[in-house]
Design a protein around this ligand. Structure first.
Ligand SMILES: Cc1cc2nc3c(=O)[nH]c(=O)nc-3n(C[C@H](O)[C@H](O)[C@H](O)COP(=O)(O)OP(=O)(O)OC[C@H]3O[C@@H](n4cnc5c(N)ncnc54)[C@H](O)[C@@H]3O)c2cc1C
Length: 511
């Protein structure tokens, strides 16, 4: 039988989408062109919101978990190295995560192959096979469904397809979705290996010599990355030509000596590569039954470790809405209106593009004015005021906010559309693992809510949980399956109002 959804691409985003859809009861196939998982470390930085999102999924049986939590987020956290602070634009002043209201108040150093292994093992445990060696070349769609075609002339049918097939997405190419943006202007260097000694400063920058950053991975490896001034301000063709040349170990060591005066005894190198700053963003995330997520929808300079993180959060926003659409309970505004996947996530993609471009400007303006800009930014971050708060909120993923329905911007409740922290519940659980993909959750936070209210929402699509911790002044919050508030009340005096709001998120007629 044809599945509901075909996910093209078993990268971190495709696997997260498939896992969340499966959990929501959607039948899913994952088609992946590669037969062996790449060991290229790429994403090393996992931010708190990504781990929170993965708390919606159970940990593999018997796995090590962070604290007492048996969730995939906790399992991944246990597989990496937590660091108390992260950087913006490789500036010397760091952004501390230690005071964040999250179960994961740290930035996790975790090479991408480990993240992918954890997700792949979860899928296997859940009985979802990743079909490897299947390369998709085209997609057709009509009113009833989609057909994806592979290089072996086979046709695979489903009701929907998610293109999570990376920057050069064949799924995106098969649609009328465009991918506008800016071309390459630079060619940075990077390598993962063992360092005999560490530089005094993790991030160093010099207007003449260039920049170098060093990250530490859980397995004793280090990542070195940076750029020489001569590799910036390039014409597109030149930048691409230089990016195409992958430096060998000796070239990387020579570059380190030029930039930092030492190669730090780099050895046992597992990867060398180039970084680029092509920034492109899909003009739509949906075309009919075809949806895009992750790098298939947005590419950018890899600054601050964000591509995988934002992509996983795309998947979390998409999965419950598509599941609701398939099950027939999604109101129109979840499918194509103001609360749709496209409407909520494309602004986040825009912000991702501009944030990484801003970081690139701060990192790559090798001149006295660039140095002055860095000093200024670093000073503002060190003050730990509004600037630090804003950047921390963005990088951690915790400040993403979706416009609340039916409210005028600026007049909505300050917590409307925000993500709810992992509040402890009266039944001993915490909120994030207790959220369900197919129901809204009414969290009473001190307010008395009559359980009879549940029967006023069709299809049993409301559960009631009681927080034993306060959350600002909120007395109650209606929480979506992806952990964002649909509505927040300071006083819960009228249960009928809550029921009405909850009903507005549930289509009463099957589509
Ligand atoms: C050097 C570097 C460092 C980075 N560091 C970070 C970081 O610290 N933090 C962070 O968040 N991000 C980082 N990123 C970005 C991150 O690696 C990507 O954003 C992330 O891999 C995107 O995941 P994805 O699943 O969307 O796409 P991908 O990881 O590209 O996965 C796409 C999958 O689709 C498959 N596929 C492609 N085409 C087809 C087809 N036609 N048919 C079938 N399958 C197909 C591919 O084989 C692949 O498995 C970094 C990137 C680089 C290059």
């Amino acid at each position: 039988m044809d599945p509901d959804v075909i996910v093209v691409g078993a990268g971190p985003v495709g696997m997260t989408a498939a896992a969340l859809l499966h959990r929501a009861g959607v039948t899913v196939r994952i088609l992946e062109r590669q037969t062996k998982r790449p060991q290229n470390p790429r994403a090393a930085t996992i931010h708190p919101r990504t781990l929170e999102v993965l708390d919606a999924l159970p940990a593999a049986h018997g796995s090590n978990t962070h604290g007492h939590r048996a969730t995939l987020g906790a399992q991944l956290a246990a597989a990496g190295t937590p660091m108390p602070a992260t950087h913006f634009a490789a500036l010397p002043s760091l952004l501390s995560y230690e005071r964040l209201d999250t179960s994961y108040p740290f930035v996790l150093m975790c090479p991408q192959p480990i993240t992918e292994r954890v997700l792949a093992e979860h899928l296997t445990g859940a009985g979802v096979a990743i079909e490897t060696g299947v390369e998709i070349v085209d997609v057709d769609q009509d009113d009833d469904g989609i057909v994806v075609h592979d290089t072996n002339h086979r046709a695979h049918r489903a009701r929907y397809v998610i293109g999570a097939d990376g920057a050069h997405s064949a799924v995106r190419h098969a649609t009328d979705i465009t991918f506008p943006g800016t071309t390459a202007t630079l060619a940075g260097f990077g390598a993962d290996g063992v360092l005999d000694r560490l530089p005094e400063r993790r991030h160093q920058w010099d207007p003449v010599r260039g920049s170098l950053s060093v990250l530490t991975f859980p397995n004793g490896l280090h990542r070195v990355f940076g750029i020489e001034p001569s590799e910036t301000n390039l014409a597109d063709e030149d930048a691409r030509r230089r990016q195409a040349h992958v430096p060998d170990v000796e070239e990387i060591k020579a570059t380190l000596r030029r930039v930092a005066g030492d190669d730090f005894g780099l050895h046992d190198v597992v990867w060398t590569g180039r970084t680029g700053d092509v920034t492109r963003h899909a003009d739509r995330y949906r075309s009919g039954r075809i949806l895009l997520a992750g790098d298939a929808a947005h590419v950018h300079f890899p600054a601050g470790g964000q591509g995988l993180n934002v992509g996983v959060q795309d998947a979390a926003n998409l999965a419950w809405k598509l599941a609701a659409e398939i099950a027939g309970w999604a109101p129109d505004r979840l499918v194509r209106g103001a609360q749709s996947y496209d409407a909520e996530r494309r602004p986040v993609g825009e912000q991702l593009a501009s944030n990484t471009q801003a970081q690139s400007a701060v990192m790559h303006t090798f001149s006295p004015s660039g140095a002055a800009l860095r000093d200024l930014m670093s000073e503002l971050i060190a003050q730990d005021g509004d600037t630090a708060e804003h950047l921390r909120g963005w990088l951690s993923g915790l400040s993403v906010r979706y416009p609340a329905p039916g409210t005028t911007p600026g007049e909505e409740h300050p917590r409307a559309g925000t993500r709810v922290p992992d509040l402890p519940l009266s039944d001993g659980r915490t909120l994030h693992p207790a959220l369900r993909p197919d129901v809204l959750t009414l969290v009473s936070i001190g307010a008395i809510v009559p359980p009879s209210l549940l029967s006023k929402v069709p299809g049993d699509r409301l559960q009631l949980l009681h927080s034993v911790r306060s959350w600002g002044d909120a007395a109650g919050a209606l929480v979506r399956p992806d952990g964002y508030t649909a509505a927040v009340w300071d006083h819960v005096t009228d249960p009928e109002l809550i029921a009405q709001t909850a009903r507005s998120w549930v289509a009463t007629t099957q589509t």
